[in-house]
Design a protein. Structure first.
Length: 320
């Protein structure tokens, strides 16, 4: 069985190679007119008509090697986010060295084509370098975190629309009353204040970037999602009350086709709760896992997926 993270990695790669060109090819094979998906019919044009940005995660290997993929990015999207190349394990091959090659290339591309760019991410319990556990300790973790965020955020100062400053800090199963992920090495070395430290450091390094807390598993009307949603909102309220500079909540939106879960009431409460705190809300990721759908009827499968995407986005966009 694939883990959520493994499935997302495979789905991202597959989607990146399929997308619009594949749709056009399939339409051609079916002897149907190719749909117009450029210009005013592009995703970014449809989004702009609603005052929104249409985004895409960018795989560094595809970006380097595939000119058609790069062309697709300019045609369809108004904001991009690196899939991996700004994560700690990609930027830091050794404790004392940075590798900015892929990140620099994506930033330059976005600047050249007037596309906004999100930064993902500064602090996460995953995607840590192999040397991390033996190098970062309780004695030096604070300095390491400040130095890393300051170095990266300063390098791209003024070029990033928003940063996912902390990613997935809530894990109810760890048993802490406030829901924080105590199994995170950042929590173990710095305690719960590591979140505030990260946001304050990011604000000093790049005052104009929108600083975002990014979380998953908070969309559905299930008991587990409800608990995680409540803990997320409580975290946001605490940070705001403490004067921590946070501008947005990111909702990852990994949803499932064919399952018993529903979304609606809880998702609306989440959106309303974040906005009541003066926060923007970003759908930072959006994908549908469809392995529970029909395998022998592609048209029916596509219809189910389209209806699920439509229903989710309609719910998200109900309120301003």
């Amino acid at each position: 069985m694939l883990t959520r993270r493994e499935w997302i990695r495979q789905a991202t790669a597959a989607a990146a190679t399929a997308t619009v060109p594949a749709l056009l090819t399939a339409a051609s094979r079916a002897a149907k007119p190719s749909p117009n998906v450029a210009g005013n019919a592009s995703l970014k044009a449809h989004a702009a008509a609603r005052g929104l940005l249409a985004g895409c995660a960018v795989n560094a290997n595809l970006f380097r090697q595939d000119a058609a993929f790069r062309a697709l990015l300019t045609q369809q999207y108004s904001i991009l986010v690196p899939e991996n190349c700004m994560k700690l394990n990609q930027l830091r091959p050794t404790p004392d060295a940075y590798d900015f090659a892929d990140a620099d290339a994506l930033v330059a591309f976005a600047q050249t084509h007037n596309i906004k760019l999100r930064g993902h991410n500064f602090v996460w319990h995953e995607a840590l370098p192999t040397w991390f556990a033996a190098t970062v300790t309780k004695a030096n973790a604070r300095k390491f975190l400040i130095d890393h965020i300051t170095t990266v955020a300063t390098r791209y100062k003024g070029k990033i629309h928003s940063w996912d400053v902390v990613n997935e800090a809530i894990w109810i199963k760890d048993g802490r009353p406030d829901g924080l992920r105590t199994s995170s090495p950042w929590f173990q070395m710095l305690g719960p204040d590591y979140l505030d430290l990260a946001f304050r450091t990011a604000r000093r390094a790049d005052p104009k970037a929108l600083l975002t807390y990014n979380e998953y598993g908070i969309e559905y009307d299930t008991e587990d999602d409800s608990k995680k949603r409540a803990a997320t909102l409580a975290l946001l309220r605490r940070m705001k009350a403490a004067g921590t500079p946070i501008d947005a909540l990111g909702i990852q939106s990994h949803i499932h086709a064919g399952g018993p879960e529903t979304f609606g009431k809880g998702l609306r409460e989440l959106l309303d709760g974040a906005r009541a705190l003066g926060l923007e809300v970003f759908i930072t990721e959006l994908d549908v896992k469809d392995d529970a759908g029909p395998n022998d009827d592609i048209a029916q499968r596509d219809k189910i997926l389209a209806n699920l995407y439509r229903g989710y986005l309609n719910t998200v966009l109900e309120s301003p």
